[in-house]
Design a protein around this ligand. Structure first.
Ligand code: SAM
Length: 272
């Protein structure tokens, strides 16, 4: 047990390496737009940046490129993922990445130390998101900002031809909820920030569309590994995923298919 919450990289997908590749594809899908919003929210080169739930380091890599004069503290609870990040970033990161193996709810980092914090696809998995946001509030400097990037189950994907995702989506919601997460967190992000003490709350959406970035960028996200893993764990039956798999195959066979996805980016400030 690595910690409480609904994400464990070694059991989320059928294979650990498959999960690493899925995480990479999720970063590449929308990085430019996320970077644009982060800058608009106030992220600037030279800042002391906290990345919470940094995983195998693909997003950290992008931050290092965007902010050549910043140092990044990567807080990650899972030692196997942190090891991946250290290995992946050893040439690019140098002494600009400070790895901290800890829970975001109790980082052990000194108060008032960071200019900017980012938590991407982390809060969805946390049993106590407000407590985690409070801990980040504590370690941010006055005037510092936290950006939470997550989605919401009812926003995940829109496709043409449509895919039959309803049953799988409902099951996923239940399974994540049983493990302490909340797949519908997108709609609650502003309140989480408010309850943790943040002010000047803002919310933006990042939309990715295959007509703009190409359908190939979405391909790894259609990996059925996490769904088949739920079947393997007895959490959903083969008959319940059948309509999804049939519609997914039909979608993949369609030459003229298109797909769009949505992330939400909520920003709060530790007002001076
Ligand atoms: C879905 S992954 C996202 C990884 C990365 N942020 C990204 O966008 O690709 C969630 C990450 O949060 C980490 N995590 C989960 N609970 C955590 C906690 N309480 N404290 C710190 N990290 C946590 C997981 O181990 C995993 O690396």
């Amino acid at each position: 047990m690595l910690g409480e919450g609904s994400y464990q990289a070694n059991t989320y997908n059928l294979e650990f390496e498959g999960e690493i590749q899925r995480l990479k594809a999720q970063v590449l899908l929308s990085w430019e737009k996320e970077a644009r919003n982060l800058k608009w929210f106030g992220l600037d080169d030279g800042m002391n940046v906290l990345e919470a739930g940094s995983g195998p380091g693909f997003f950290t890599e992008k931050l290092l490129e965007l902010l050549p004069n910043s140092s990044i503290t990567a807080v990650e609870i899972d030692p196997a993922l942190q090891e991946k990040a250290v290995e992946y970033l050893h040439l690019k990161g140098g002494d600009r990445v400070n790895y901290v193996q800890a829970s975001v709810a109790d980082t052990g980092l000194p108060a008032n130390s960071f200019d900017f914090a980012i938590a991407r696809l982390l809060f969805v998995h946390l049993p106590e998101p407000v407590a985690a946001a409070r801990e980040i509030f504590r370690i941010l400097k006055p005037g510092g900002k936290l950006v939470i990037v997550d989605s919401d189950a009812d926003l995940f994907w829109l496709t043409n031809p449509p895919m039959s995702v309803e049953i799988v989506r409902e099951k996923f919601k239940q399974v994540i909820a049983c493990r302490g997460g909340d797949l519908s967190i997108g709609r609650n992000l502003c309140r989480i920030l408010q309850e943790a003490g943040f002010g000047s709350i803002n919310l933006e959406a990042v939309v990715s569309h295959s007509d703009i970035i190409g359908i190939e960028a979405f391909q790894p996200l259609l990996d059925s590994g996490p769904i088949l893993q739920m079947v393997k764990q007895g959490l959903i039956s083969e008959s319940e995923i059948e309509s999804y798999l049939v519609s997914r195959d039909k979608f993949l066979a369609e030459g003229d298919r298109s797909m769009m996805s949505f992330w939400l980016m909520a920003c709060g400030e530790k007002n001076k």
